[in-house]
Design a protein around this ligand. Structure first.
Ligand SMILES: [Zn+2]
Length: 381
């Protein structure tokens, strides 16, 4: 296909995802295309099964427009988050409705084993959804650390030697030769997931604090609909000469306000698991004073981190997500808000909202689905 046509189809597809249900005329207007161009792009999308016609709107004047939406049933998308204690694989339809979710082993296992496990699930999904026209249409990965997109290599994951320099793309393609996949960082994917499927994104400039075993920040620009940056904010120093961090530095935010910090306090000698984390959430819910005071202290540090995020990026919205969102209840959130009020001058927190993600630990997975769905039109030859 001609590159210019491919690009026009891609623009119409992304606009349709954003403003559906919509019509050909509306898409042409929003994308600045002629009606003929927009219409031929829509015809292509209909032909590939990505889009469906819903019927006509109420008649006002002239010919009523046919409404279009994404064809949810046409295929499935797979989102995978590879993290320390909460690795998971999930399937959604093209509309983003969750169909199934399974736990995966933590990333401290051998990466080859991880790819093997993922490939096993993908084979099962291909069988289970074979009756859908596009089957498994694409897979998105959210990983910790740095991924070299050009070479398809995981370059660096802190304290995970086996993952450093792992030829991820090559190994995935060997086991799954005909399934397209994309890779992103967890903070980046989480911000996208929140923006597309959560309630925090809206049309604003959002900083998504992805607080899991470590902490990252993804910045989402509501005007362009893009993630502008993903940062290793967990390693911002908040305490000179403070606690030692896995990065080698001292006093990093995530040495105080991450799930890792909580585990160091409660389970110093245990192998970290999601079940142990769930136990902490339950103890907090039941009013365990030891857990309450630990989370309260954590929240004080988190507030300092949020103040740094505000001073560095000046977002309109700060969204606290990842596993930490299960621990930040209403009382903790109020405490964060009042600490931010103490530390940030009124001018810089005008119209600023601080909230907790409603997606729980699924923001990254939804972000993977959104990332792949955005690129779906490029997967056709
Ligand atoms: Zn650090």
């Amino acid at each position: 296909m001609d590159n210019a046509i491919r690009e026009s189809i891609q623009i119409i597809w992304k606009q349709l995802l954003k403003s559906q249900p919509t019509s050909r005329a509306e898409l042409a207007k929003l994308c600045g295309f002629s009606k003929v161009t927009a219409s031929s792009c829509v015809d292509w999308l209909l032909d590939k099964g990505l889009v469906q016609e819903l019927g006509v709107t109420e008649i006002r004047r002239g010919r009523p427009p046919m409404l279009l939406s994404v064809n949810g049933a046409a295929g499935v998308l797979v989102g995978i988050e590879a993290d320390k204690i909460s690795s998971k694989i999930a399937v959604t339809d093209l509309a983003g409705s969750l169909l199934e979710r399974h736990d995966l082993p933590a990333i401290d296992s051998d990466p080859q084993k991880f790819v093997g496990q993922v490939s096993h699930y993908l084979m099962q999904f291909r069988k289970a959804y074979a009756d859908r026209r596009l089957g498994v249409a694409g897979v998105g990965f959210a990983i910790v650390g740095s991924y070299n997109q050009e070479e398809g290599i995981i370059e660096y994951v802190a304290n995970q030697m086996a993952w450093n320099h792992y030829p991820f793309r090559l190994e995935m393609e060997k086991m799954n030769p005909d399934i397209p996949f994309l890779v992103s960082q967890i903070a980046k994917a989480s911000a996208l997931g929140e923006a597309r499927f959560g309630t925090c994104g809206g049309s604003d400039y959002m900083a998504f604090l992805s607080a899991n075993w470590g902490i990252g920040v993804g910045l989402y620009d509501g005007i362009t609909g893009k993630i502008t940056r993903s940062t290793r904010f967990g390693h911002a120093t908040i305490n000179y000469n403070g606690k030692k961090c896995i990065c080698g530095n001292r006093g990093c935010l995530e040495a105080y306000a991450s799930i890792r910090a909580l585990f160091e306090q409660f389970y110093p000698d245990r192998t970290p698991t999601f079940a142990l984390f769930q136990n902490l959430v339950e103890r907090l819910r039941q009013g365990d004073s030891q857990v309450i005071s630990a989370v309260r202290e954590m929240v004080e540090y988190l507030a300092i981190g949020i103040v740094n995020v505000i001073n560095a990026y000046n977002p309109r919205q700060v969204c606290i997500g990842g596993l930490l969102s299960f621990l930040v209840n209403e009382e903790m959130l109020s405490r964060i808000r009042s600490l931010v009020e103490e530390m940030v001058p009124p001018h810089f927190r005008k119209n600023l909202r601080i909230s907790v993600s409603g997606l729980g630990d699924m923001a990254a997975v939804y972000g993977c689905v959104a990332m792949v769905r955005d690129q779906l039109t490029n997967f056709f030859g």
